[in-house]
Design a protein around this ligand. Structure first.
Ligand SMILES: NC(=O)c1ccc[n+]([C@@H]2O[C@H](COP(=O)([O-])OP(=O)(O)OC[C@H]3O[C@@H](n4cnc5c(N)ncnc54)[C@H](OP(=O)(O)O)[C@@H]3O)[C@@H](O)[C@H]2O)c1
Length: 373
C-alpha cells in the first residue's frame, strides 16, 4: 500500500526537462551520444533529459525527443541547414537548454554569444572558445551572467581528468594556487617517454603517426601550440587576464623546422634527430629525463607562463609519467612541499565523452535543485 502511494506520488510529480543539443558527431560526439541513454536512465526519476538536436558541419536534426539510438541514419538523410535556422530553433526551445560543443571549430565557438542570447547553457570540449582573445572571452562571460547561464569546459584540458573542477574546489575553499605544472599532451608524453636514443627521434614520430597519436602533420603536435592553449585555459580558470602570446613557447622542433611542407621537413629530419639526441644525452649525463612541460607560476606581482622541453630529475613527479598520460602538478598554500598530482589519459573518445557527461551531470543537478526551490 505504502509503495503504491510512493509510486503514485512519483508519477504525479512533474519532472523538469533539460533539452540537450549536440554540435559535432565525430570521434567524441558519436561516443557522447552512445552514452546518452544511460545518462537519461540514470536521471529518470529526477529530470527528463531530452535530446533536442544533433548536427555537424553539414547536416542537422533539429527537433525535440530525438532517439539517441537512431540519430546516425536520420542525420545522414537530414537536411543541410543555415545558421539562422539553427539560431531560430534554439531560441524556440523552452529553457533550460544546453548546447554541447564537440566540434574543433573556432568559427563555431565565435557564435557562443548568439547561442547564449538564445538562452543556452554551454558545455565545451572545443578549446577554441575558452582561448579566444581576452576581449571576446570576457564578452562571453559577461553575456552568461545576467541570464544565469553556465559554461562548463572541463574536457578542454586533460579530457576526463577533472583538473578545472579541482582548481575550482581549491579556490572556493580558500586555498591560493602558487604553481601549476605538468605534461598536457598525450602525444608528446608518448614520444618523450618512448625515446631512448636507440634510433632517431623522427622514427618515433613516424611510429606515433602510424598509431594515430599525432595530428595529420605531426609538427602541429611538436609545435607545442596545443599545450600553450591548454595552459591558457587553466590560467583563465584562475581568472588571470592572460593571452596566448603571454605564454612563452619553445617548440619541440629545431628553429625554423615549423616552416615549409611536411615533405621539406622530412627531407631535413636529421636536424631534428641531432637536436633532440644532444638534449637527451645531456639529460642522461645529469641523471634526468626529458619532458615537454607547461608551467604557470604565480608569484606576488608576477605571473610567468611557459611551455618548453625540460630535463627533470628522477624524484620530480613528471619523471614518473606513463606514455600517453597527462599529469597536472598543483602547488598551493595547502599543497606546498607535497603537491597535489592528477594523472591519467589526457585524450581518447571514451574518457572525453565521459568527461562531457560529467559536465552534463553537474548542469542537470543545478536544474533539479532549482526546480525544487
Ligand atoms: N579526441 C579526443 O581525445 C579529445 C579530447 C579532448 C577534447 N577533444 C576535443 O573535442 C572536439 C571534437 O574532437 P573529435 O576528435 O570528436 O573531432 P572530429 O572527429 O574531427 O569531429 C568533429 C565534428 O565536429 C563537426 N564540426 C566541425 N566544424 C563544425 C561547425 N562549424 N559546425 C558544426 N559542426 C562542426 C564535424 O562535422 P563533419 O562531420 O561535418 O565534418 C565533426 O562531426 C575537438 O574540439 C577536440 O579538441 C577531443
Amino acid at each position: 500500500m505504502r509503495s503504491n502511494l510512493a509510486t503514485a506520488s512519483l508519477q504525479s510529480k512533474v519532472l523538469p526537462t533539460l533539452s540537450v543539443i549536440v554540435a559535432g558527431t565525430g570521434n567524441v560526439g558519436a561516443e557522447f551520444l552512445r552514452l546518452f541513454q544511460r545518462q537519461q536512465q540514470r536521471l529518470a526519476n529526477q529530470l527528463h533529459l531530452d535530446l533536442a538536436g544533433v548536427f555537424n558541419s553539414r547536416q542537422a536534426l533539429l527537433a525535440p525527443a530525438l532517439d539517441c539510438n537512431d540519430w546516425q541514419g536520420a542525420l545522414a538523410s537530414g537536411e543541410n541547414y543555415q545558421q539562422a535556422e539553427l539560431l531560430a530553433y534554439l531560441a524556440s526551445l523552452p529553457s533550460p537548454k544546453v548546447l554541447v560543443d564537440i566540434t574543433p571549430s573556432q568559427t563555431f565557438a565565435r557564435q557562443y554569444p548568439a547561442f547564449i542570447a538564445a538562452g543556452c547553457h554551454l558545455i565545451s570540449a572545443n578549446k577554441q572558445g575558452v582561448t579566444l582573445p581576452g576581449e571576446e572571452y570576457q564578452a562571453i562571460l559577461a553575456a552568461l551572467k545576467p541570464q544565469q547561464l553556465n559554461w562548463l569546459s572541463n574536457t578542454t584540458v586533460g579530457a576526463g581528468i577533472p583538473v578545472q573542477r579541482v582548481l575550482q574546489e581549491l579556490l572556493q575553499s580558500g586555498d591560493q594556487i602558487r604553481r601549476i605544472s605538468g605534461v598536457f599532451s598525450g602525444t608528446l608524453s608518448w614520444l618523450l617517454c618512448s625515446y631512448d636514443g636507440s634510433k632517431p627521434f623522427s622514427e618515433f614520430v613516424l611510429e606515433a603517426q602510424a598509431l594515430g597519436y599525432t595530428e595529420p602533420d605531426p609538427r602541429d603536435d611538436l609545435s607545442g601550440k596545443d599545450v600553450q592553449r591548454k595552459l591558457l585555459v587553466l590560467a583563465r580558470e584562475l581568472k588571470l587576464p592572460l593571452e596566448l602570446t603571454d605564454i612563452e613557447l619553445m617548440p619541440l622542433l629545431p628553429a625554423g623546422a615549423e616552416r615549409g611542407s611536411w615533405q621539406d621537413f622530412w627531407a631535413k629530419r636529421a636536424d631534428l634527430d641531432a637536436w633532440l639526441l644532444a638534449k637527451y644525452q645531456q639529460a642522461v649525463a645529469e641523471g634526468k629525463v626529458l619532458r615537454y612541460a607547461a608551467c604557470l607560476s604565480l608569484q606576488p606581482e608576477c605571473v610567468k607562463a611557459s611551455v618548453q622541453l625540460v630535463a627533470v630529475a628522477s624524484h620530480d613527479p613528471l619523471a614518473a609519467l606513463a606514455p600517453c598520460d597527462n599529469m597536472f602538478v598543483i602547488e598551493s598554500d595547502w599543497y606546498q612541499q607535497n603537491p597535489l598530482v592528477l594523472k591519467g589519459p589526457g585524450a581518447g573518445r571514451a574518457v572525453t565523452a565521459g568527461g562531457l557527461h560529467a559536465d552534463l551531470a553537474v548542469l542537470a543537478q543545478n536544474v533539479i535543485l532549482s526546480s525544487q526551490r
